[in-house]
Design a protein around this ligand. Sequence first.
Ligand code: PRP
Ligand code: URA
Length: 213
Amino acid sequence: MRVINPDHRLIAHKLTYLRDKRTDSPTFRRLAEELMTLLAYEATREVRIEPFEIETPVGPTTGIKLSNPKPLIVPILRAGLGMLEGMVRLLPSAEVGFLGMQRDEETLEAITYANRLPDDLSGRQVYVLDPMLATGGSMADAIKFLVDRGANDITAVTLLSAPEGIAHLQAALADVAPPITLVTGAIDERLNENGYIVPGLGDAGDRLYGLAQ
Ligand code: PRP
Ligand code: URA
């Protein structure tokens, strides 16, 4: 698995405000979208393309366009939804599928409670969005789910990642054939005893949408 952590001052600046516990939900939502758009620039560097003939007012030239089938974007509910707009702003023609996953806060195991994805993802390029990579259990399960359906190029985009989560993903996906890339806004220090990223930003879903019942 390739890990990309873009070194950019605007990303660090926006992440600082996202982490700040005084940041309210509307501002948090706006920052998550903006950060996603900045990370999307890096994550889509190798989006699949094909040549495209056009004529400028001055003459013919060969450009490029996105290949078919178009990329599939998969936000992991709930918190990944906060990144979706920032991604489709750059890839408006992409398709969007949904995976609902929730971490059991006692065992830290991920439970998949919703799936609105095509059964057949053969040959698809997929972008998986989730702000937090903590133990890595949710993202590892999501990526395996997509690979089992035939996806053959997967880029995970997270706002924050814990070193433990990256190590878990590396191990869990060691035998997965398709290329996997992780693009993350920051690699934090560690996980705490409750499985939260330190310094992190707290519970991303709650900060985006309020307390889950
Ligand atoms: C959060 C986050 C990830 C997961 C990360 O979701 O959005 O999906 O935890 O933890 P992991 O790497 O240890 O698996 P959560 O389960 O809190 O659900 P939510 O998005 O509905 O708030
Ligand atoms: N999920 C979150 O929302 N935050 C963390 O720090 C870990 C998992």
